[in-house]
Ligand binder design. Sequence first.
Ligand code: SF4
Length: 236
Amino acid sequence: MSQEEPDKDKPGEVGFPSLSYSSIKEILSCPHKFYLRKVEGVEPTTSPAMRVGSAVHHAIATWWKERDIGRVADELTTFIDFETFQKAWPLVSRYIAELGHLEPVLIEQELEKEFEGIKVRGFVDLVLPGDKVVEIKTTSGGASKFIATAHADWQPAMYAWLLGWEEIAVEYHVIDTKRSDVLVLVSERTKEDIENVENLIRVASRIVRQGDYPAMPGRQCQWCGVRAYCKFFVTR
Ligand code: SF4
């Protein structure tokens, strides 16, 4: 490596991975998957359901930024194929009809904090008056399944940690892609939840600092988008 080139294996250098909620989740479930995606830059394969979820999220973000349904449609048609558009558009329309009247005080807010030499980042979808954060989620597994697991979701606690808050209220906007339904779920995270998040971030940041990314094969390999590059499978 020349002297001018950044060393992506060194904390603080350009190219060294920063940690988001999804990165930390990934490191905790399989460090090698994180390594392939964020250090080696492998593009994961995506399923049709994932493409619909991503298109819906992108379209709704456009709605909040521009409040113009024509612009949302334009953005979607340039961003995705027709089949995905046909599935995503009714969901986006339903969301806007039900919740598009809200008046967020912040939209797509980026948060960042340095922790033990590693950059930790988060993107809050919306903040409503009264410091209530909004998480926009799509689910193909059914809303009731989402509700059953939502209270264990530590993403809102991570936002509170990034913001330096001692507690946080979260409003989930859940788009059920199977039933074309929109559900609002309100939840809270406590000081204890936020302290637990710091422990998760500590474990993940140590793995990244050490630069040792073991493969952890398990059930998640069934839907792993980088499996074709995984050292555990390609060497067998
Ligand atoms: S296939 Fe399994 S072991 Fe390999 S990177 Fe993916 S999750 Fe990890």
